[in-house]
Structure formats: structure tokens, C-alpha cells
Design a protein around this ligand. Structure first.
Ligand code: PMP
Length: 400
């Protein structure tokens, strides 16, 4: 019976926070989970979120169940943010949008759709990728394999490898792409490279499947960060896109996001949406309302919308500042001649340091710097004041 249940391993990302909490050293630093912190390293609730919540209280919004597909005002706002309000796919009602349980739940719902309607179809994912992608497809029983992405020699994109692996995948595969700020590497294709990726996906009759977890958070601009998705949509392809508001609105625990399926006709979109609802109903019945209302209130009010954009720029700007300071500290302190410029080329919340597993463990064991074992550090959890300390830790660990 339950006595026979074995111990599960700790989660490679969330397990880092558990270990961090148990550490009593004053210098400890949590660079594991990707969550924004202030310069004082405190969690941050956006001002626009508080204002949107006040609006909800003033209006006396109730707690009735949402429909299975979620809050209509949220679904409209989220699709418009992603595609742009004037996008023909919205005008032609060719997008099936269903509110999901943040990015993870939306990806999981898409995986369930793939498992049910594309039996045997494979998802190809970048190597490396966000740790939870493999769990999601494994749990949904969707077969997956990896395409090359990261080149350790250049600490950059292995574009040739990526293209040839996408070409080699069976026709009609789903190609999982990070819309912007690739996690964990922070390395994105250039606009020209995105065009070539789209060419190959079209040639092979693959279906692009975007994970958009950082819209507005990577560059500070909602439109710039959605450019990759819009480029594919403009080619009249069918596209799957999962969205998350964890980072860009700081709504981590509210679990708010969406899955969008761009179809070839309004009729197909209606049918796809009906099936997404059918999959959601036995899993969680209907999604939570609080985060959906926050997003709808912020996007639906021009003043709040502008304030949100300013706060996003502020968060993205703070991360860029610590990125620069970390680079400066490493370059000044390291006497080995190592080129640290890759840190400045990466974008988004993370830096992929190139530290291997043993070196990452050294960071934690000796320096109390908590990070994932793949060498990824979250710059959102770093302050300017801690950059010098971190640089010492990284240099020591590299040469250890
Ligand atoms: N995809 C990627 C690439 C992510 O980095 C994250 C957050 N770390 C997510 C999806 C989803 O997070 P959430 O479920 O909190 O939206």
C-alpha cells in the first residue's frame, strides 16, 4: 500500500529554494528560481497590480465560477497583447484562446491536445531547455527529442545544429521554441535566424509551438518580445502559443496564463477551443479568477497599461544593470584572460555561466550561492551590492 511509495527526488529548480531556506549563512544568495527581486532582494508586487486589485474591491467583483475557457475579458486582452490588436488572425477569429494555469498549466493543456489529436507526433525541444518542459511532455505521454541549441565553445547559438536537427525531425513534428529570453541560456536567434527557422518548419510541415514566459520582461517592450511569434503568424501558419504572466506582471502564485491555437479558419478555432475545454474540465474544471481580472483591468485601462509598461521597463532595466556590473566585476577581478562578454550578449532574467555541475555545487557549498546545477543564475535575484561577491565566487569556482 502507501508503504511501498518511494521518495521522489527534489525538483531541480524549486528544490534549490528549499535548500536556500535551510542555509543560515548571512552571505547566502538565491539565484535558483527565476523570480524578480528588488535591489534590497525583496519580492516585488507591482503598483499596477495593487491598483487593479483595489478596482476589484471597489467594484465588488464576486467569486462565481468562471467558464471553463476562463474570463472573456482576459482571453481577449491576452490574445491582443500577443498578436497585436490589429492582427488579421484576431479579426478573422482564427485563434482559440483558453485561460490556463499560468505557463506550466497552459503548456500542459497543449500537451494533452497533442496527445489526443496527434497521436505519435513528436515534440522537439531545445538542448538545453527549461527543466519542466520534459516533465510536462513525459506526464502527458507525448514523445519528445532534443534539437541542438547551445554551443559551449562560443557560449552562443548552435544555429547550424538547430536547423539540421529540426530538418531531421519527422514531418509534422511540433517544434517547441522560446518566444524570447531563452531559458536557461539567455541566447535568442536573430530576426534573420528566426526567418530561416520558420522556412525549415514550413518546409517540413512542422507546427511551431511557442512558450512565451517573458513578454515585455526580456527587452522591456511587449511588442519587441512578441516579434518571433508574430513573424510565424504573419506567414499564415498554424501556431500554438503558451503565455505566462508570472514574470511580466509578477503574478507567480496567481497562476495566470493562456494557451492560444492559431487555426486556418474561424470554424477550426471554434472546434479546437471546444476540445481544449473538454480536456480542461476533468483536470481542474475551470481556472482561477483573481489573476485573470488583474490582467484584464491593467490592460483594459490606458493609464494602468502605461504604468505597467513603465514598471516592466524598470524591472528589465534593473536586471540589465546587474548584468553589466557582474560583467565589469568579473572582467576586473579575473586575471586568467577569460572573455566574459557572453554575459552581456545574453538577454532576459538569466545568465548561463558555463559553470559545470561540480563547479555549480562548489558555488553553493563554499560560497552559499544557490543556483541550478546546469550553471544558470537568475540575475533577477542579484543586487548591484552583491555583484562583487558573486564575481569572486564564480572566478573561484571556475578555477577550482
Ligand atoms: N516556460 C519557461 C521557459 C519558463 O521559464 C517558465 C517560468 N520559469 C514557465 C514556462 C512557466 O512558469 P509559470 O508556470 O509560473 O507561468
Amino acid at each position: 500500500r502507501f508503504d511501498g511509495v518511494t521518495m521522489a527526488p527534489p525538483d531541480p529548480i524549486l528544490g534549490v529554494s528549499e535548500a536556500f531556506r535551510a542555509d543560515t549563512n548571512a552571505m547566502k544568495l538565491n539565484l535558483g528560481v527565476g523570480a524578480y527581486r528588488t535591489e534590497e532582494l525583496q519580492p516585488y508586487v507591482l503598483d499596477v497590480v495593487k491598483k487593479a486589485e483595489n478596482l476589484m474591491l471597489e467594484r465588488g467583483d464576486n467569486k462565481e465560477y468562471l467558464p471553463i475557457e476562463g474570463l472573456a475579458a482576459f482571453n481577449k486582452a491576452t490574445a491582443e497583447l500577443l498578436f497585436g490588436a490589429d492582427n488579421p488572425v484576431i479579426k478573422q477569429q482564427r485563434v482559440a484562446t483558453v485561460q490556463g494555469l499560468s505557463g506550466t498549466g497552459s503548456l500542459r493543456l497543449a500537451a494533452a491536445l497533442i496527445e489526443r489529436y496527434f497521436p505519435g507526433a513528436k515534440v522537439v525541444i531545445s538542448s538545453p531547455t527549461w527543466g519542466n518542459h520534459k516533465n510536462i511532455f513525459n506526464d502527458a505521454r507525448v514523445p519528445w527529442s532534443e534539437y541542438r541549441y547551445y554551443d559551449p565553445k562560443t557560449v552562443g547559438l548552435d544555429f547550424e545544429g538547430m536547423i539540421s536537427d529540426i530538418k531531421a525531425a519527422p514531418d509534422g513534428s511540433f517544434v517547441l521554441l522560446h518566444g524570447c529570453a531563452h531559458n536557461p541560456t539567455g541566447i535568442d536567434p536573430t530576426p534573420e535566424q528566426w526567418e530561416k527557422i520558420a522556412d525549415v518548419i514550413q518546409e517540413k510541415n512542422h507546427i511551431p509551438f511557442f512558450d512565451v514566459a517573458y513578454q515585455g520582461f526580456a527587452s522591456g517592450s511587449l511588442d519587441a518580445d512578441a516579434a518571433s511569434v508574430r513573424l510565424f503568424v504573419a506567414r499564415d501558419m498554424e501556431v500554438l502559443i503558451a503565455q505566462s504572466y508570472s514574470k511580466n506582471l509578477g503574478l507567480y502564485a496567481e497562476r495566470i496564463g493562456a494557451i492560444n491555437v492559431v487555426c486556418s479558419s474561424a470554424d477550426a478555432a471554434t472546434r479546437v477551443k471546444s476540445q481544449l475545454k473538454r480536456l480542461a474540465r476533468p483536470m481542474y474544471s475551470n481556472p482561477p479568477v483573481h489573476g485573470a481580472r488583474i490582467v484584464a483591468n491593467v490592460v483594459g485601462d490606458p493609464t494602468l497599461f502605461n504604468e505597467w509598461k513603465a514598471e516592466m521597463e524598470m524591472m528589465a532595466g534593473r536586471i540589465k544593470n546587474v548584468r553589466q556590473k557582474l560583467f565589469d566585476s568579473l572582467s576586473a577581478k579575473d586575471k586568467s584572460g577569460k572573455d566574459w562578454s557572453f554575459i552581456l550578449k545574453q538577454i532576459g532574467m538569466f545568465s548561463f555561466t558555463g559553470l559545470n555541475k561540480a563547479q555549480s555545487e562548489h558555488m553553493t557549498n563554499k560560497w552559499h550561492v544557490y543556483m541550478t546545477k546546469d550553471g544558470r543564475i537568475s540575475l533577477a535575484g542579484l543586487s548591484l551590492a552583491k555583484c562583487e561577491y558573486l564575481a569572486d565566487a564564480i572566478i573561484d569556482s571556475f578555477h577550482n
